[in-house]
Ligand binder design. Structure first.
Ligand code: 3HC
Length: 327
């Protein structure tokens, strides 16, 4: 089962009138390309789906900073260390933008964080794999960020104003990350025999999770139809996967690297890439908590929450031992 226990398409929402007229007027706004803003009327399910998707995206950014983050102390050279530190910091900043966008829909940051660390919310499959070598961090920066741009550039043209504005800003930074990652991969691919072997091994490791990254095939996707009708999602999972392959497979092959899929080829008749069906059983396992690093990723996040509690208490002034004189 891919779907989330807390999206029930038949759910009735208390306290909000949803007449056919209101729903039709909302859909007309979407169809004519209006941006929906937080104060506007919206169907309860539109709100709920957006919270689900933006929240998962935000979680993916903070969890996503972990595999690369482990390479900061071991980056080869001062310049690369500085660049990686800046990239990881950007990813955490993206999470801040996205949590803020989700908050405009009425879910508190505390609740979102709680749903992440208790395993209720999902985050991207891809960050549950280990970055075993420096080359893994290079491949992540190039190709995971490239995949993220394919998805986010499309969705930045979507209907919910705060999410679209966050995505626009994120895409500028991701474009820079992509160049940084590409530079690192080129350096290794054109380096010594050992460096080439290292980047080839990383490419082989990350290709299957990259194919999963765009989500289940269109026929198995649970939410695509609803989300596309509301212009929250602007392209299907399969079309984003194809777009990514179109843009990046030639660049990977140009570097003399190979991909672990014997069926991979551009079909001249359809114009689409033929590929081996990804292992969807593995995908399901990983997104439901049983990937190689799920437990470790959430443990780090729980530790960060625990260690940061004093900051939240200080901000809320909960530990104050005095009464402010002019309060
Ligand atoms: N990883 C984990 N779960 C995934 C997934 C993936 N790659 N792809 C799909 N799923 C989950 C869905 O969340 C859904 O589960 P749920 O019902 O419990 O929420 C289920 O599988 C069914 O999939 P659907 O195709 O029906 O789901 P969507 O229509 O929501 O499409 C999506 C999935 C394309 C990932 C879409 O949600 C999306 O575009 N999300 C926003 C972008 C995003 O989250 N990107 C993550 C990357 S962040 C990043 O790259 C940071 C980097 O720069 C460091």
């Amino acid at each position: 089962m891919y779907g989330n226990a807390y999206i029930d398409p038949n759910e009735k929402f208390e306290g909000q009138e949803e007449t056919p007229e209101l729903l039709a007027a909302f859909q007309a706004r979407i169809d004519q390309g209006d941006k929906i803003e937080p104060q506007d009327w919206m169907p309860a399910m539109y709100r709920k789906q957006l919270i689900r998707m933006i929240e998962q995206h935000a979680h993916s950014e903070i969890i996503g900073s972990l595999p690369e983050g482990t390479w900061i102390t071991r980056a080869p050279g001062f310049r690369r260390k500085l660049a990686l530190m800046a990239k990881v910091q950007d990813e955490v900043g993206h999470a801040q933008l996205l949590y803020s966008a989700a908050e405009t829909l009425g879910k508190s940051r505390e609740d979102m964080m709680n749903d992440l660390i208790t395993g209720k919310s999902k985050y991207s499959n891809i960050f549950n794999y280990p970055a075993l070598t420096w080359a893994d961090s290079a491949v992540i920066a190039w190709l995971v960020d490239a995949g993220a741009i394919v998805n986010q550039l499309a969705n930045s043209k979507g209907s919910y104003g705060p999410y679209c504005r966050a995505l626009e800003r994120i895409c500028y930074e991701e474009s820079f990350h992509l160049k940084y990652g590409h530079d690192n991969v080129v350096h290794l691919a054109t380096g010594t025999k050992k460096q080439r072997a290292m980047v080839q091994a990383a490419m082989t490791r990350w290709w299957p999770p990259l194919m999963h990254f765009f989500g289940p095939s269109d026929k198995a996707s649970v939410h695509s139809k609803t989300l596309m009708g509301w212009k929250v999602k602007m392209a299907t999972n399969d079309s984003m996967r194809q777009q990514f392959m179109d843009m990046y497979i030639p660049k990977i092959w140009d570097l003399g690297l190979t991909l672990p899929d014997p069926l991979l080829k551009k079909n001249e008749e359809t114009g689409q890439w033929d590929y081996t069906e990804p292992d969807w059983a593995e995908f399901k396992r990983v997104i439901n908590g049983d990937g190689p690093c799920n437990a470790e990723r959430l443990a780090v996040r729980r530790m960060a929450e625990e260690n940061g509690k004093w900051v939240a208490r200080a901000i809320r002034n909960e530990d104050a031992e005095y009464v402010r004189p002019f309060a």
